[in-house]
Design a protein around this ligand. Structure first.
Ligand SMILES: [Zn+2]
Length: 120
């Protein structure tokens, strides 16, 4: 399944076609929903932590009261450089498990931070 945002805008600057994360999570490239999640790294919000080492970036978004899923704690995102591929994207739970997020869950997170400035 291709996400709504990739369907609406399938070609990136330069003429290359996006590879939607929701169609193939292992071979994704510039999925627009995931790109918008990654853009949250620039938000100055206490729920978002970002760090990097040797051009690998890790971002953790604290999700309490953002998405209503039993036991969910955070979204973990990892990518290398800024080439467009996201290596890892997982919801982490308080029982130690994780799973890949659904499109609607990522859209809810994006929507939550859309107009946020600083802390909430
Ligand atoms: Zn997509």
């Amino acid at each position: 399944m291709t996400c709504k945002l990739c369907k609406e805008d399938p070609i990136v600057f330069g003429g290359n076609k996006r590879k939607c994360y929701f169609k193939n999570s292992k071979n994704n490239w510039n999925c627009e929903t995931v790109n918008q999640i990654r853009e949250l790294e620039h938000k100055n919000n206490h729920r978002i932590i970002r760090t990097w080492y040797n051009e690998h970036t890790i971002m953790i978004i604290w999700l309490h009261n953002i998405i209503d899923i039993r036991g969910v704690q955070c979204l973990y995102v990892q990518w290398y450089k800024h080439r467009g591929k996201t290596e890892s994207l997982n919801l982490m739970f308080d029982n130690g498990t994780c799973r890949k997020p659904k499109e609607k869950e990522l859209l809810k997170i994006i929507s939550y931070f859309k107009d946020k400035k600083g802390s909430d």
